[in-house]
Design a protein around this ligand. Structure first.
Ligand code: CMP
Length: 139
């Protein structure tokens, strides 16, 4: 079954939106199979955002994602990567559709409330960065 990694980012945790964001994702029919709160170490953030290493925003995005606690979660289900991305909305909240998480909870392209894996392949890599196999439940 397909899985995806979700991070409720420091801006949304700080503002108390964690529950609302997880509820929106559960409402898509995706199944929550793992969750934890953590402050991401710099080395983990650099690995997570490795694909963006050459981009000008790389240092800033690493700085932001490590700036406060996040809630990391794994959702599971058919087409869950696409379902979660649809519920999140566009990366830049200015372009996000009404009713999406980023439209309703994000501040800016960097402080954009939530991360979701962008493909089933990157989801497998990202889930393994944040969770040991035994931390993911089946029910
Ligand atoms: P995320 O889905 O976590 O993946 C990469 C992140 O880089 C993205 O969300 C944005 O929060 C952040 N970011 C910052 N600036 C930009 C930018 N100019 N274009 C794309 N992503 C950006």
């Amino acid at each position: 079954m397909e899985r995806t990694l979700v991070l409720v980012k420091p801006d949304a945790v700080e503002k108390g939106y964690t529950g609302a964001i997880l509820a929106r994702l559960e409402a898509t029919g995706a199944k929550l199979v793992a969750a934890k709160m953590l402050q991401i170490p710099k080395a983990l953030a650099e690995k997570h955002y490795e694909a963006h290493k050459a981009k000008p925003f790389f240092p800033s995005v690493v700085g932001f994602i490590t700036s406060g606690p996040v809630v990391a979660a794994v959702f599971e289900g058919q087409d869950v990567v696409a379902k979660v991305r649809k519920a999140m909305g566009a990366t830049n909240p200015a372009n996000a559709e009404p009713g999406t998480i980023r439209k309703d909870f994000a501040e800016s392209i960097e402080r954009n409330a939530v991360h979701g894996s962008d493909s089933p392949d990157s989801a497998m890599v990202e889930v393994a960065l944040y969770f040991k196999p035994e931390e993911i439940v089946s029910y």
